[in-house]
Design a protein around this ligand. Sequence first.
Ligand code: ADP
Ligand code: GN1
Ligand code: MG
Length: 376
Amino acid sequence: MGRIKNLFEITSKFRCHVDVSTLKPYGSGHINDTYRLKNLAGTEYDYLLQKINNDIFTDVPRLTENMCRVIAHLKGKMDASGEGDPQKEVMTLIATKTGPYFYEDSNGHYWRMCLFLKDTRSYDVVETEKQAYEGGKAFGKFQAMLSDLPADIMHEVIPDFHNIKKRLGQLNQAVKENPKGRAGLVFQELEAIKKRSEVMSFFQEAAQQLTLPRRVIHNDTKFNNVLLDLKGNAQCVIDLDTVMAGYVAYDFGDAIRTIANTAAEDEIELSRIQLNLDLFNAYTKGYMESAASFLKEWELRSLIKGVLLMPYMQAVRFLTDYLNGDKYYKIRSVEHNLERTRAQLQLLKLLEAQATAMEKTILAEAKKYRKHFVKL
Ligand code: ADP
Ligand code: GN1
Ligand code: MG
């Protein structure tokens, strides 16, 4: 990542005092570019500057509106209850001097700034049960606190983001157009995807759409989107670009995808991809502490479907990008998106084999908090 040319221009637009010489690339996200900047005063909060990927997020004002709405709701709840520290436990965006929470530079790039939460860390791979449990607590509480925010007021910043039928349509299109001549190389992956396409379309069936409530969800619950403090306790859910309407099972499933996998999401050595059920159990326990009380029974029963759907959906998305010539995700090598696809399909196989056991755990954990819960 080269240095940002107009750094001074950009940072001077925000209401902050940064030392521009301290700019350093930060994090391991696949979409945006993130930089850490020290506060000029030295003592106070540092800052995080992000260049928003405008090819993917084409309507930054609306995206920012979504983020601000969610942030205000979370901070408002903490203020009202007196529980928690809204500045440490919820992201704080920095406004520009003219008001908006984003800045469009002279090259048409969009930037935003937020407070950098010191003494926190995110992890790409879970190391302990305690971390998995804390992840569950963080995302469960996040959903619970947003459960009274009407989903239909949120903008759909990426249309059909988790609509698997649409994603499969994009994959078929990529196979047909085959712009890089790679389709012939991925026969096995395409077969694995094709044979599951019907069962994976569960959330797109009319019956489910009638019974499952659409809620405000995070839509990118990778474990590295939770900041843990130095004691390993969950502190803050970050990366709010995709907060939109959706089904809770999407968030549950996407979290399990990274939390219960013993390897990274792009592990090349497939035998290293193992499913750690202790981590699954710990996440579910933490999640249910907050979520069991607001979830409808059908939502609870849909969670396991989300667990299977999300690695499948990621495989479909990574493979589509591979066939299209790697236009969406940042890649480290030519085969990176294919490696990611294979890793997700491998994880999916392991999850399918354990689905019954995982479903039992989900319902048993939920039952602890629900007196009138129907039979397991
Ligand atoms: P991306 O969309 O590219 O994943 P994120 O918003 O998740 O971008 O930020 C990338 C990384 O930066 C995170 O994984 C986390 O490690 C770190 N990070 C993000 N926000 C903060 C924050 N407010 N304070 C401290 N670290 C942060
Ligand atoms: C992207 O930005 P990041 O790395 O948190 C992607 C997610 C995928 C994820 C896979 C806007 O998230 O949907 O699940 O990569 N974000 C977007 O690692 O597409
Ligand atoms: Mg992220």
